[in-house]
Design a binder for this molecule. Structure first.
Ligand SMILES: CC(C)(COP(=O)(O)OP(=O)(O)OC[C@H]1O[C@@H](n2cnc3c(N)ncnc32)[C@H](O)[C@@H]1OP(=O)(O)O)[C@@H](O)C(=O)NCCC(=O)NCCS
Length: 144
């Protein structure tokens, strides 16, 4: 599957909201939240696109470290390498990365582990429905 990865702008947000909704249901980010997110200088969203937006990743560059806030791929385009490609793009910043994931979210956990993220903590009742989260950490290694 051919696609490009680029930075998102306000025109992309409706499509991103759609993917959020089918991916996260009630807990999905809405348009207003996403607009506000992008107004913050250190926040970014990247999208994978061919003729349409296939997936996205929202993250905050916190200085020495990046916090991934949300990642999702449209259900019709999953398991085609798009999630991996989005994370690899963020790895190009050459910084450590951390994120939280539901303990039940096996596809996401596999994705993170396949790229070298390591589980470093369990966050009890992290989500509003009471589910725990794992915190995953990617250590950027320099060989200088
Ligand atoms: C998690 C998610 C983003 C993965 O995106 P994707 O584009 O399907 O992932 P990729 O095709 O790049 O897969 C990368 C690796 O993840 C693993 N993986 C992905 N989906 C999987 C699944 N359903 N079952 C098992 N492993 C899976 C595989 O190990 C795969 O590696 P491989 O291709 O070498 O076998 C996607 O499933 C999604 O949007 N889920 C709903 C939203 C979500 O849960 N986001 C994460 C919140 S923390």
């Amino acid at each position: 599957m051919q696609f490009i990865i680029r930075e998102a702008n306000n025109k992309d947000l409706l499509k991103i909201v759609e993917i959020e909704k089918v991916s996260f249901g009630k807990g999905a980010w809405g348009l207003y939240f996403l607009k506000k997110f992008l107004e913050v200088k250190f926040n970014k969203i990247i999208v994978a696109e061919n003729n349409e937006i296939l997936g996205y990743c929202a993250f905050s560059d916190e200085g020495d470290i990046i916090h991934i806030k949300s990642i999702a791929v449209h259900p019709d385009y999953r398991k085609m390498g798009i999630g991996k490609a989005l994370l690899r793009e963020i790895m190009k910043y050459q910084k450590d990365i951390y994120l939280e994931v539901r303990v039940s979210n096996e596809p996401a956990i596999r994705l993170y582990e396949s790229l070298g993220f390591r589980k470093i903590a369990i966050l009890k009742s992290y989500y509003s429905d009471g589910e725990d989260a794992y915190r995953y950490y990617f250590k950027f290694l320099t060989f200088t």
